[in-house]
Ligand binder design. Sequence first.
Ligand SMILES: C[S@@+](CC[C@H](N)C(=O)[O-])C[C@H]1O[C@@H](n2cnc3c(N)ncnc32)[C@H](O)[C@@H]1O
Length: 211
Amino acid sequence: MHTDTDSTTFWENHYSRLDARLGTKPNAVLADLLTALSPTPGTALDLGCGHGGDALWLAAHGWDVTAVDVSQTALDRVAEGARAGDVADRVHPARHDLAETFPPGRFDLVSAVYFHTPVDIPRTRVLRHAAEAVAAGGLLIIVEHASVAPWSWQAGEDVRFPTPEQVLVSLELDDDAWHVERCHAPQRVATGPRGQTATVTDNILALHRLL
Ligand SMILES: C[S@@+](CC[C@H](N)C(=O)[O-])C[C@H]1O[C@@H](n2cnc3c(N)ncnc32)[C@H](O)[C@@H]1O
């Protein structure tokens, strides 16, 4: 963990050096999940949206998306991508340090896809807040790394990942109010920043809020 820096400094530094074209495609795992579960498009909240690949894809599929990140540079690029994709009316970039503030309201879809950071933040608290922000009938999607890719900032470290069941328990949800659609840890072939590939594992949670 980089406890010597704050989220804004770390992620602004990251995005100001990153090629603006990276991360503008949706995560296949999110697109596949939504294709399989086929929820009716409504309002969506994308937590830690980065360059907006997921947010832009959601908007193109009819969702009205609030795209949240701590990096204004990333959000500016999301806004630019939305204009270029003709979905600016359905993409609302919003800057939050989610350790400090959370967007108001309830959403039909709340997603946190690879919401990882080397900065020490109360991540479980943010994910519980994410669950609270799901409207009745809505969907919560959490996708996390469950193995270290060779190009990860954690490469070479002895990192222990929770099981998807442990992540689910950590959310402290009311069992009567939620239906678990997915709680598993599949493998996939991932592509790194220089085009290199490796087999990695994801934790995937998809939960329907009933009440
Ligand atoms: C590993 S990246 C994933 C980005 C994107 N979801 C994707 O799949 O490409 C994590 C994202 O979370 C954002 N983030 C990290 N800490 C944050 C915080 N405290 N508040 C809001 N966003 C944060 C980062 O700026 C970054 O865009």
